[in-house]
Design a protein around this ligand. Structure first.
Ligand code: HEM
Length: 569
């Protein structure tokens, strides 16, 4: 019996998870996708179809960039524009094949959450000894292990990037081998899903959000418009928030006055001709020797982001290019700064009572000499998606006065109940604001997995060695899953609100953190703290045309920004 027949038999025996009754859509009933048409029963009786039968564009040279640029964040960022994904789905359906052509392997795009469930895999179970190093053995394993249920795919390993090169040339300082990092991320993810651990950071996140809000106020110029430094300010906020989480100490990214633009130092507004020019921040105009360690970190992190150093591209994969070597230098600078902050964080950790915000660092200490590369990777992987998600959230808020008012009312009510001695109530609407922003403005178009063996998805045989893009960034806005999918409606995440409730969508439809981002549990809290502090005193407006979205490392709103920060009435 052939391999495909064998697989087909196994496939027939598998009881596929049925769509939940409460789902607003049934894929078989409502899908416009060619792959989903026709009764399910006929599909099961038929022989699985060939991979080459999956619709998709010809292997045109213009699509060649997809050879290297696929979405995956973490130590290695891989990107594909949301616009490209959207048009592939509209044109070809829920399953799209990009033929091998000039690439080393074919790519399969998946735009249906149920098909994603078929094609994803539980992360390989992390090495238990490593999990035990940093997490309690009784702790719940990450949710992803229960959600995804095929074992035929795995996250691909990509070698040869400047970051892997930088880590390899520092073997004593980066002693992480092979799959160890996967185990560490899974354990970290479990830690950061633990609400009681995160409680230790509430005050620090709130203090940081207060400082960031003060600096935003300083940025205001004519008619309360925020100057272009808002992006750098959000990187400062993101690094300070991550720093307190990772190193248990304030780094100082929000110290000192904000950059107030004058006619002499103002950055000229970019035009469409400048699309490829990296966005400049005020720190690039100052001499390195005059910057504090925290300011150097902000600058290095912005250099990594704007230089596309984490993106796998033609240039970052060739050691003979300037881009590759500039990226190496940027990672060296970043790594030295991480060493500095880690030393600072570990100082005094043994003496006396443990400060609440050192809880995570304390749990990570058993990693010993792996601690430096792990913390460096967390800071590298986290800053860009966090800062850009904050920018996306502020943009969506600025277009919705009623939602801002509702968030403000919740903040005022919480303050009143605190002063009446009723403790610190949860802020479900603010949490909904952060979650809805992540649905509408996901940092990445999706995640990528590589098939390890032949398997069947939606009746097609997928051979081993295919890169499968699970396009969560498209399914998080598709009308098959969401009522009013393009609208910013934080209420859909609040449990008492039914009509457009997020619980009616497929559970894999919005996965802004993919399957394995370790920070899924904490990012919402950081974003909600920022929104809380801003909306407590101010209202945001957007006085200009809708911004362009670009994909550079992660999905970003492109300058110019037309934010106006008004005092609340
Ligand atoms: C809004 C913020 C963030 C978003 C939207 C985001 C999203 C993602 C996504 C989509 C992935 C790929 C997951 C997969 O392949 O299944 C990922 C991986 C990763 N993220 Fe995040 N992330 C965010 C913030 C952070 C932060 C704050 C950290 C650091 C604490 C972080 C650390 C990582 C790491 C280390 C990985 C690689 C995990 C692995 O390779 O298994 N991320 N993230």
């Amino acid at each position: 019996m052939t391999r495909s027949n064998n697989l087909f038999r196994q496939y027939q025996l598998i009881t596929r998870p049925s769509r939940r009754q409460i789902s607003s859509s049934s894929s078989d009933r409502t899908s416009t996708s060619p792959q989903r048409r026709g009764p399910a029963v006929d599909r099961r009786l038929a022989e699985p179809r060939r991979f080459s039968d999956i619709p998709g564009p010809m292997a045109l040279p213009m699509m060649r960039h997809s050879a290297h640029i696929l979405p995956r964040i973490g130590s290695f960022h891989h990107v594909v524009g949301l616009g490209l994904l959207d048009s592939l789905r509209t044109r070809y359906g829920d399953l799209v094949r990009l033929a091998k052509g000039s690439r080393t392997r074919p790519v399969l795009y998946v735009f249906d959450p149920e098909m994603m469930r078929e094609s994803c895999h539980p992360m390989n179970l992390p090495t238990l000894s490593l999990i035990h190093l940093v997490a309690s053995p009784t702790m719940n394993l990450p949710r992803c292990l229960q959600v995804y249920d095929s074992s035929a795919t795995a996250p691909p390993h990509w070698e040869g990037s400047p970051l892997s090169q930088q880590r390899k040339t520092n073997p004593n300082r980066c002693p992480i081998q092979g799959d160890e990092s996967k185990a560490i991320w899974a354990a970290l993810r479990a830690l950061l899903l633990d609400g009681s651990l995160l409680k230790n950071y509430e005050k620090a996140f709130d203090d940081i959000a207060t400082d960031a809000t003060r600096r935003l106020e300083e940025l205001r110029h004519a008619e309360n418009a925020l100057n272009e430094e808002i992006e750098t300010e959000l990187y400062r906020w993101a690094l300070e928030s991550l720093g307190v989480l990772v190193f248990g100490t304030r780094l100082g990214c929000l110290d000192g006055p904000a950059h107030v633009p004058t006619d002499e130092n103002r950055t000229p507004e970019q035009t469409s001709l400048d699309d490829d020019a990296p966005a400049q921040c005020s720190l690039t105009k100052r001499s390195l020797s005059g910057l504090t360690a925290a300011e150097r970190l902000v600058r290095a992190s912005r250099d990594v982001a704007s230089g596309g150093c984490l993106v796998r591209s033609e240039l970052t994969l060739r050691p003979d290019t300037d881009t590759f070597n500039e990226a190496l230098k940027a990672f060296d600078t970043h790594f030295s700064l991480m060493e500095h902050f880690l030393k600072q964080g570990l100082e005094g950790i043994d003496s006396g009572e443990l400060a609440p915000e050192k809880s995570l660092l304390d749990k990570l200490r058993p990693l010993k000499n792996r601690l430096l590369p792990v913390t460096a990777d967390m800071m590298l992987a986290g800053v860009d998606p966090l800062a850009q998600s904050a920018l996306g959230m502020l943009y969506h808020l600025s277009l919705h006065a009623a939602q801002q008012q509702r968030a403000h009312d919740e903040v005022s009510w919480a303050a009143a109940s605190r002063s009446a001695g009723a403790g610190c109530p949860e802020l479900p609407y603010l949490a909904g604001v952060a979650r809805e922003a992540l649905r509408l403005h996901p940092a990445t178009g999706g995640v990528v997995r590589r098939s390890r063996e032949e398997f069947v998805v939606a009746d097609y045989v997928v051979p081993a060695g295919v890169d499968i893009v699970l396009a969560h960034g498209v399914t998080s806005k598709c009308d098959k899953e969401w009522g009013r999918p393009k609208a910013f409606i934080p209420e859909r995440w609040c449990s008492d609100w039914q009509p457009l409730s997020a619980s009616r969508a497929h559970p894999l439809a919005s996965m802004p953190f993919g399957e394995s981002c370790p920070a899924e549990g904490v990012v919402g809290k950081m974003l909600a703290s920022l929104a809380t502090r801003i909306l407590d005193k101010y209202r945001l407006e957007w006085h200009g045309p809708p911004p362009n979205l670009v994909t550079a490392g992660v999905n970003k709103i492109q300058q110019p920004f037309y934010f106006v920060l008004k005092n609340a009435a």
